[in-house]
Design a protein around this ligand. Structure first.
Ligand SMILES: NC(=O)c1ccc[n+]([C@@H]2O[C@H](COP(=O)([O-])OP(=O)(O)OC[C@H]3O[C@@H](n4cnc5c(N)ncnc54)[C@H](OP(=O)(O)O)[C@@H]3O)[C@@H](O)[C@H]2O)c1
Length: 327
């Protein structure tokens, strides 16, 4: 085979386009590895990139896909050899460098990780960037002294990828979870993946400067007025991790919860995560490993369906995680 197929996003003269392209194989650069991609996944940022909702790529044209798993075909690095199973997440993939929506990926050994024992190329992408992010968020809360006996953790955007995996991991390590969702018909799904209580937000809940203390911490995927309500409703010393902005990037709030209840607001950047990625993946393959991956991964699609499912994700209509099977 002389060429391979990739999806591409491009901005020629600032006009967005998304198409399938043939690429030629080339020689490896120093430290580079050629991977036959087996699975990728559609992350929220990929959906934005593919549909052109906002510009994600930092150059004129790029292969989208924040993550992938597969097999090493050829290596110019002493750390990787032919036949090994590998994965990569974030680190600029699909944003600053070519990502995972491709049959073959040329990737620097610096961002490649051996798939840990106990995970496969499929389960690694069922977890993907969403699970990696959920694990960092939970680690940050625990590092900041969040304890199971302080009370339940609220998870917003609960039927989404980060939300679903966060609920599942928290449940596995003993935390009670409250799922906040707009999809009230997804009660069974949320219970099946570990949520103990399911709630829906409405703006009338958010009138006071401080609300009754409702939960001991939160993982928030949607931002905006929901995040404001969370900050006002968290128990003393509770940790809130701001992960996403599926609803709104703005936050209009007061400092009262921080100065009267010692509420902590933490952040996560899975793209620019500077600590050891291998350590996080080790946890995701052991004590953090989601128990209900087949329930969370509700769809496994092909490259040709990436646009259709990206539109569904942007419309907020998807449930669970979308894995892309490439070979
Ligand atoms: N900081 C990081 O490193 C990092 C890493 C990964 C993702 N993220 C961000 O985290 C967020 C969630 O990512 P994801 O992969 O879980 O996305 P996802 O699978 O599409 O899930 C997002 C969920 O948010 C809710 N939602 C969507 N649109 C909404 C709207 N307009 N208003 C209110 N709720 C809405 C929906 O849940 P319900 O219908 O159940 O309410 C949806 O399922 C995104 O903003 C993403 O960019 C950040």
């Amino acid at each position: 085979m002389k060429s391979f197929k990739s999806l591409k996003v491009s901005y020629i003269k600032n006009k967005h386009s998304f198409f399938l392209e043939n690429n030629n194989f080339r020689q490896l650069k120093n430290g580079e590895v050629l991977v036959k991609v087996k699975y990728s996944g559609i992350n929220y940022k990929d959906a934005i990139s593919v549909t052109g909702k906002n510009r994600i790529i930092k150059c004129e044209s790029l292969i989208p896909g924040l993550d992938f798993s597969g097999t090493v075909i050829e290596s110019n690095s002493k750390n990787f050899s032919k036949g090994q199973k590998v994965l990569a997440t974030g680190s600029g993939l699909g944003e600053a460098i070519d990502g995972g929506f491709t049959e073959y990926a040329y990737v620097s050994n610096k961002i490649l990780i051996h798939i840990p024992n106990n995970l496969t190329p499929l389960s690694a992408m069922q977890i993907g960037t969403a699970g990696f992010t959920a694990a960092i968020a939970i680690d940050k809360m625990i590092l900041n002294k969040q304890k199971v006996n302080y009370g339940p953790i609220l998870v917003t955007g609960a039927t989404g990828s980060v939300g679903s995996i966060s609920i599942n991991i928290l449940n596995n390590i003993g935390f009670e979870t409250i799922a906040l969702t707009r999809k009230i018909n997804s009660l069974q799904y949320l219970e099946d993946i570990g949520a103990k209580k399911i709630i829906k937000f409405n703006s009338s809940m958010n009138k006071k400067i401080l609300n009754n203390k409702f939960f001991a911490g939160a993982i928030d995927n949607i931002g905006g007025e929901v995040l404001d309500w969370i900050i006002k409703s968290t128990k003393d010393d509770g940790n809130i991790v701001s992960v996403g902005m599926a609803s709104d990037s703005k936050l209009n709030t007061t400092v009262f919860p921080m100065i009267m209840r010692s509420v902590n607001i933490l952040g996560v950047s899975s793209t620019n995560y500077s600590s050891n990625r291998k350590t996080v993946w080790k946890k995701l393959s052991s004590n953090y490993k989601p128990k209900n991956l087949n329930k969370i991964n509700t769809q496994c699609i092909e490259l040709k369906d990436v646009l259709k499912f990206s539109k569904k994700i942007i419309a907020g209509k998807n449930i669970g995680k979308v894995v892309v099977k490439i070979s």
